[in-house]
Design a protein. Sequence first.
Length: 172
Amino acid sequence: MKNTQAWGWLAAGVLALGLNGIYQDGGAAWAHRAVNEMTARIADRSEAVLALASGRADWFAAKANLVGARNETASCRLATAVARFQTRIARTQTGLASFEAMSAREQAQFARLEANRARIEAQISRVRFAPAFNTVEIPAICPRARVRIPRAPAVRIPAPVVHLDMPGLGPV
């Protein structure tokens, strides 16, 4: 049984090594396309549900109008141009709505940060810091000692007298 299991693991490792080589050489572009198409399908189908669940009814309505305009077949060039223009407007509105939602999320996060800052400041103002060292008075008995410092005799040195001859009040 262990022998069979070991051969199975060896085969799986060789297969993984080969697939990794193909992937590194760029031979798995078909896999990337398949995964991208699958995620795009899932995203298209779940966007409406996510919009309704998150309370973004305006985005849901814009997406529904976009899908409706995409499904209509225009019989003339004017109708096609108008449908394209409406589609661009709907995309722009969707982009603006997502930007506004992002701004609202950032403002909410900023408000939460400010509330946390105010809460922390309130906590800090209530805290009383104990002194780092408890002071204890220890009675110490020191014997008195008399110290005599001899005084040096005062030395007086006369300052020299300097005479300046100034010939006139010329340029300074």
